[in-house]
Write a protein that binds this ligand. Structure first.
Ligand SMILES: C[S@@+](CC[C@H](N)C(=O)[O-])C[C@H]1O[C@@H](n2cnc3c(N)ncnc32)[C@H](O)[C@@H]1O
Length: 440
């Protein structure tokens, strides 16, 4: 089978991301199979790298072009950004980065652009110091984040600003959740060590391990028999906070890809768990994750805010609402957010979250608890959302987060007006938000 060059596939993937036609991970999943297996890690390095450094690379590129590329030539823009990324961060010898970028124009069948790309990259090589000095004062250069996001971080999280910026720009650590229904964390840690994989216990989750270096899941002992899952430490706290008990009726309202669904069932395999997810293709990911873990739940494709579509009228003891959000706490894992997320998205998401919240609240029994979670750092989606909900809902009260699990160490986050905001940490957890509510 003949393979497409890694650079051509990377340019095509980035072109789609720049055109806002799906996330980076969706585009990689769609296109990577056409690359030679030996070159697939290069595709990921180029695509993730360009997105991770996009604010800086974009500022440099725009300063070198007389006019920005039109949308029809975003494949070339991707090629230029890749060339700059190789020069600035990949230690590719300069002449090789230029030659490969010029060759890529031909592969894209846009020979007319070879001179332009060649001239722009060579000028960057010649005038690198001057260009960087000139651009240095721009916030996008200093912080490598979109301007609107820097402004909001500064406004909301002044004292945590530096930590958040540093963690958001770093490569995230690989964190796994050990399936403690099958094996203890200590035993699994030892199994990893036998394979030469060094790990350390997550300080806040009782079942997580951070790996010193990321590995493919194929290398994780008994991964395909459900002994471990890849899941960030902050996300593991949902299972600890909800502390499911055998026989309880539980709703996972926005469930795909099922990371938390699996965790809840690992903690109590005889739960009566209903998982609702809007997107059919994402629902199948819950199914395959649960299959691998040997667990099962009632899976329903539906809009959580439309109870007629999926609720049988039987109230739930507990509800997890892991709401769709801006994902601003996990930019390091989804760096294309630096390119595509806009402030207006947050306003839209706040409305969607409110709709789902109000609907699923009706499915909770009196005395039951609902855990509201996002991987966002924006107060509008988190504490402000909860404030409005609590003001409007006379049968709701906030519950201290260690009410259900007294052993949970809450040192991980900052107590905010409602709930707990967790910030991303360079070698630790992702940014997250939790608030626990009880129905009166
Ligand atoms: C943050 S993710 C959930 C992650 C999941 N809980 C986990 O731990 O793996 C949010 C999910 O909500 C889904 N979603 C968005 N709007 C929804 C709606 N109105 N009803 C149900 N699911 C929705 C999205 O497709 C996405 O899969």
């Amino acid at each position: 089978m003949s393979h497409t060059s890694a650079r051509l596939i990377s340019a095509r993937i980035l072109e789609q991301v720049l055109l806002q036609r799906g996330s980076l991970s969706t585009q990689i999943n769609k296109q990577i199979a056409s690359a030679d297996p030996d070159e697939q890690s290069l595709v990921k390095e180029l695509c993730f790298g360009v997105c991770r450094y996009y604010p800086q690379l974009n500022s440099i590129a725009l300063s070198l072009l007389t006019k920005p590329f039109e949308e029809k030539d975003f494949d070339l823009y991707a090629a230029l950004l890749m060339g700059l990324y190789q020069i600035t961060h990949m230690h590719t010898p300069d002449h090789a980065a230029v030659n490969e970028s010029v060759e890529l124009c031909r592969e894209l069948e846009k020979d007319w652009a070879t001179k332009l790309i060649n001239a722009v990259l060579r000028r960057y090589q010649r005038e690198h110091d001057d260009i960087i000095e000139r651009l240095d004062a721009q916030p996008s250069m200093e912080y490598n984040l979109p301007k609107w996001f820097i402004k909001r971080l500064n406004k909301h999280w002044g004292s945590e600003f530096e930590q958040i910026v540093e963690a958001t720009n770093a490569r995230p650590p690989m964190c796994i959740r050990v399936n403690t229904a099958k094996v203890s964390r200590e035993t699994y840690k030892a199994k990893l060590e036998e394979q030469g994989i060094v790990s350390r216990e997550t300080p806040f989750s009782d079942s997580g391990l951070y790996l010193d270096e990321a590995v493919s899941v194929n290398e994780l002992p008994e991964f395909f028999d459900g002994y471990a899952s890849v899941q960030d430490e902050s996300a593991q706290l949902a299972g600890m906070i909800l502390s499911p008990q055998q026989g309880e009726r539980l709703l996972d309202a926005c469930a795909a890809p099922g990371g938390k669904t699996g965790h809840l069932l690992e903690r109590a395999n005889e739960l009566d768990l209903t998982a609702v997810e809007l997107e059919t293709w994402r629902l199948s990911r819950i199914e395959s994750n649960l299959d691998r873990l040997g667990l099962s739940a009632k899976l329903i494709c539906g809009d959580a805010s439309e109870l007629d579509q999926w609720w049988d009228g039987q109230p739930f003891d507990k509800v997890l609402l892991d709401a769709p959000c801006s994902a601003t706490g996990v930019i390091r894992r989804n760096p294309d957010i630096k390119i595509n997320r806009k402030p207006a998205d947050i306003d839209e998401l706040v409305i969607i979250q409110k709709g789902i919240l109000e609907a699923v609240w009706k499915t909770l029994k009196t005395g039951g608890v609902m855990l509201y979670a996002t991987c966002s750092l924006m107060p509008e989606e988190n504490e402000r959302q909860m404030e409005q909900f609590l003001n409007a809902q006379s049968d709701a009260e906030e519950v201290s987060l260690n009410y259900l699990n007294a052993n949970l160490n809450m040192g991980i986050g900052k107590k905010v007006s409602h709930g707990m905001q967790i910030f991303p940490s360079r070698k630790g957890q992702d940014g997250f938000y939790y608030c626990l509510l009880r129905k009166l």
